[in-house]
Design a protein around this ligand. Structure first.
Ligand SMILES: Nc1ncnc2c1ncn2[C@@H]1O[C@H](COP(=O)(O)OP(=O)(O)O)[C@@H](O)[C@H]1O
Ligand SMILES: [Mg+2]
Length: 208
C-alpha cells in the first residue's frame, strides 16, 4: 500500500487528458484532498522553457536522444521542485503525462531502446512512481479530429499517424503489464461517459 497519492493521465493528443484533469481535481477536492495539478514536460519555470524547446516546430533536427534528455531534465526539475515536495506534504498530485509517456513517445514513437529509457528514467525518478494512471485510449483518428481546430500544431503533433499508432499500442501494452496501476478508459465515448468512468474509479479507489 502506497502512502502517497500520485495520479497521472496518459494518452495520445486529443484524447481528453487536459479536460479530464479538471474532473479529477474536482472529485478529489470534494473528497477532501489537497490537490496539486501539474504537467509534463513543464510544471516549473525551467521545465516550461524546456517544453518550448521540445514543442517548437523549428527544432526539427532534434535527435531522439537529445529529446529524451531534455524531457528528463525537465522531469528532474519537476520532481525536485513540485512533485516530491507536494507528495511529502501529503498532497495529492495529478500530472498530465509522466514517465509512461517517455516509453510510449521516445521509445515506441521515436524508436529508442527500452533499456536506455529504463536506465535514464530510473536515474531521475527512483522514489515517487505514480500510484494510479488513467490511460485515455482512443483511435488516432479520434484524437486527431478533436485537435484539428487547434491554432498551431507542435513538433509532436506534426508526426504522422503511424507514429501515434505506435505510441497508442505502447501505452496499451504498458497498461496490460501493470493492471493494478492503470485504469484504461475508452476515450472515444462522450465526455459525459468518460467523466462518469473517472468518477466511478475514484469512488472505488478513494471511497465515496
Ligand atoms: N470525450 C470527449 N468527447 C468529445 N470531445 C472531447 C472529449 N474529451 C475532450 N474533448 C474535446 O477534445 C479536445 C481535446 O481535448 P484535450 O483535453 O485538450 O485533449 P488532450 O489534453 O488529451 O490533448 C478539446 O476540445 C476537448 O473539449
Ligand atoms: Mg492536453
Amino acid at each position: 500500500m502506497n502512502n502517497y497519492e500520485f495520479i497521472t493521465l496518459e494518452g495520445i493528443e486529443g484524447v481528453g487528458k487536459s479536460t479530464a484533469i479538471g474532473v479529477l481535481s474536482q472529485v478529489l477536492q470534494d473528497k477532501g484532498r489537497d490537490v496539486v495539478i501539474t504537467r509534463e514536460p513543464g510544471g516549473t519555470a525551467i521545465g516550461e522553457k524546456v517544453r518550448d524547446i521540445l514543442l517548437s516546430t523549428q527544432n526539427g533536427e532534434m535527435s531522439a536522444l537529445s529529446e529524451l534528455f531534455l524531457l528528463l531534465a525537465a522531469r528532474a526539475q519537476h520532481l525536485a521542485e513540485v512533485v516530491s515536495p507536494a507528495l511529502i506534504a501529503g498532497k495529492c498530485v495529478i500530472c498530465d503525462r509522466f514517465f509512461d509517456a517517455t516509453f510510449a513517445y521516445q521509445g515506441a514513437g521515436r524508436g529508442l531502446d527500452t533499456s536506455i529509457i529504463n536506465d535514464a528514467t530510473g536515474l531521475i525518478s527512483p522514489f515517487f512512481l505514480p500510484t494510479l494512471t488513467f490511460l485515455l485510449d482512443a483511435p488516432v483518428e479520434v484524437g486527431f479530429k478533436r485537435i484539428e481546430t487547434r491554432a498551431e500544431t507542435d513538433r509532436f503533433e506534426e508526426q504522422n499517424k503511424a507514429f501515434f499508432k505506435r505510441v497508442r499500442a505502447s501505452y496499451l501494452n504498458r497498461a496490460q503489464q501493470e493492471p493494478h496501476r492503470f485504469v484504461v478508459i475508452d476515450a472515444s465515448q462522450s465526455l459525459g461517459e468518460v467523466t462518469h468512468k473517472i468518477e466511478l474509479t475514484l469512488n472505488e479507489k478513494f471511497g465515496d
